[in-house]
Ligand binder design. Structure first.
Ligand code: SF4
Length: 375
């Protein structure tokens, strides 16, 4: 049934939304995986697969929005809210650099009070101290929130943050880019067109970003395809997305804990279809943080060409109870086992020089040994 569609995608022809849906409705995971892998090998014929080293720093958990799937945020009046001090941020970046990290993923809740100057100072101070570290910071919900709090245009907010050191935008807060879904699971947060507009303006400024999808909650399969289609359309327009990453909703400790989580079959199938559908986004990252080592490794045979990041720190998924930690050696071994050479890359997918990569391996081994001694 789906063989003709798979042949078409493998040959580099574009799938229509109806064809994408037909693939998502299929249960032939083996055929989907084989086709997705063929596309990955066509796009990435090299004999390596990549990973990144960064740290996810959540500078605040205070948030004015309410997302039913989020176990991380605290309302502005909660006494469990925190804001990291600049000294704490600096210490975290310093440790990341010592472990061979090239990037900081800086994200937070939608804080009701901070002005744009507060974020500019935070970024410019970090950039002054760590000029080689890429600041992958502020997902579209935060950027959109900054425009509202400061009464400024998207162009002005993004230009000023760029001047202060913003390097690239993470694609968080996309969930499913369909307003019916967003209305059901979020309140007070950016809607579909505005999420895409943040990315559009950032790309027009010459910036790059990633794109994400969190699925397996209240969306239909057709809405998953609509999400992929909106991303593909924007990518045709701007070309600014470097990578796509999808993961399954993690329900523990959230207001949606009664939702049965999507399993590994659904994860691999959705990622494979995304590889076939997103013919203009070059890289797909495995989500081992939510899926674990084995499924994260298998994802490299179902359309992914990158293991994503060694997470020196992760808080958001961890609050929802399901988070997996891997050492750098585990990430590298999972790539080697598949017959590829593991290579460290930066946010632009340029390879890091091998000497730096080996230094990072040694620094991480030392840290892992020290952590083991503490247990
Ligand atoms: S997902 Fe983001 S915007 Fe939504 S409640 Fe959590 S921190 Fe706030």
């Amino acid at each position: 049934m789906i063989a003709k569609l798979l042949e078409k995608a493998v040959a580099g022809e574009r799938l229509t939304p109806a064809e994408g849906l037909q693939l998502l409705e299929s249960h032939d995971l083996v055929a989907l995986g084989r086709a997705a892998d063929a596309v990955t090998r066509r796009l990435h014929p090299e004999n390596y697969r990549t990973y990144n080293i960064d740290r996810n720093i959540n500078y605040t958990n205070v948030c004015t929005a309410v997302c039913d799937f989020c176990a991380f945020y605290r309302g502005p009046k909660s006494d469990e809210g925190y804001v990291l001090s600049q000294e704490q941020l600096i210490a975290k970046v310093q440790e990341t650099v010592e472990l061979g990290g090239e990037q900081i993923l800086l994200q937070g809740g939608l804080h009701p009070k901070f002005t744009l100057e507060w974020y500019e100072e935070m970024l410019s101070d970090l950039k002054r101290r760590f000029p080689t570290v890429n600041m992958h910071a502020f997902s579209p919900p935060e950027i959109y929130h900054f425009t509202k709090v400061n009464n400024l245009s998207l162009h002005e907010v993004l230009s000023r943050l760029k001047a202060a050191g913003l390097g690239s935008l993470p694609g968080g807060g996309a969930e499913i880019l369909v307003d019916r879904v967003r209305n059901e699971i979020t309140r007070g947060k950016v809607m579909t067109d505005d999420w895409l507009d943040v990315m559009r303006v950032w790309h027009q400024l010459g910036g790059h970003s990633s794109a994400t999808m969190m699925f397996g909650h209240v969306e239909t399969l057709a809405e998953r395809i609509e999400h992929l289609d909106r991303l593909r359309q924007l990518q045709d327009e701007t070309g600014g997305f470097t990578a796509f990453i999808c993961w399954t909703f993690q329900p523990d400790h959230t207001d949606m804990s009664d939702v049965a989580p999507a399993g590994s079959f659904e994860y691999l199938k959705t990622q494979a279809v995304a590889r076939l559908y997103l013919d203009n986004i070059p890289n797909i990252q495995s989500s081992w943080v939510t899926q674990g080592l084995k499924m994260g490794q298998l994802a490299l045979l179902y359309g992914a060409n990158d293991m994503g990041s060694l997470m020196i720190e992760e808080n958001v998924v961890a609050e929802a109870g399901t988070v997996h930690y891997l050492t750098l050696d585990q990430i590298r071994d999972s790539i080697s086992e598949l017959g590829y050479t593991p290579r460290q890359r930066n946010v632009h997918y340029d390879l890091i020089p091998v000497e730096h990569e080996l230094k990072a391996v040694n620094a991480n081994r030392l840290r892992d040994q020290q952590l083991l001694q503490l247990v």
